[in-house]
Write a protein that binds this ligand. Sequence first.
Ligand code: NAP
Length: 219
Amino acid sequence: MTYKIAIIGGTGRQGRGLAYRWAQVGHEILIGSRKVESALAAVEELRERLNGEGKLSGMTNAEAVEAGDIAVLTVPFEHMRSTLEELKDLLQGKLLINVCVPLVPPKVTRVQMPPEGSGALMAQTILGDNARVVDAFQNVSFEHLLSGEAIDTDVLVAGYDKAARELVIKLSEDIGIKAWDAGVIQNTMVVEGLTSILIGLNIQHKVPSSGIRITGINE
Ligand SMILES: NC(=O)c1ccc[n+]([C@@H]2O[C@H](COP(=O)([O-])OP(=O)(O)OC[C@H]3O[C@@H](n4cnc5c(N)ncnc54)[C@H](OP(=O)(O)O)[C@@H]3O)[C@@H](O)[C@H]2O)c1
């Protein structure tokens, strides 16, 4: 099954990375931006990467959310609250995949959650119970996504309810990334916090992007 995936802030690094991977496997991508021209430029760049293949279009964030089956949030954490407040009405009844990590420069290797407990909890509080917020892809770097090569990490998926998490796990597995059901939305503080620990490991070991693996489970 393929979906219309709206990427809010889809012109950025992580948004384009996810767009590239999902477009490669047949999902329809709606690149959202604050400016239509930026969205169209990102679509152009992605079309080149995809050698003309794939269904992609560019529009405002609001138009993308309205037209999409699923929305994905990839804006810098400091603009997450204002972006969600602006799109709140359009996100009612939708699944929102939050990819944002509450990194607070300059101490990005320190886990620093917002008062709500995590970015996903903040999003769920802003949007209310009628939107379905699920965390995923916080520990996948844009370099890996845009490289087109196999991605050597698992991802943890936590949030709203089991059905929403299962759909996000499927979207992750569509692009070859093993995903695990990490449970309820309260667990998103661990999912998001992991990124600061991985950034610290990248610095210590002088690597661009370390990842994680869940072991001990035979499926
Ligand atoms: N980069 C990674 O490898 C990575 C990995 C995991 C998670 N993440 C998370 O993904 C999110 C995006 O990261 P990124 O590296 O893709 O960021 P980015 O490239 O710096 O920015 C993404 C997009 O956010 C939009 N934006 C910028 N300022 C904004 C504002 N004031 N209001 C609304 N939108 C604004 C811009 O789109 P327009 O100008 O077109 O509107 C921009 O292209 C972050 O929360 C990050 O923690 C990133």
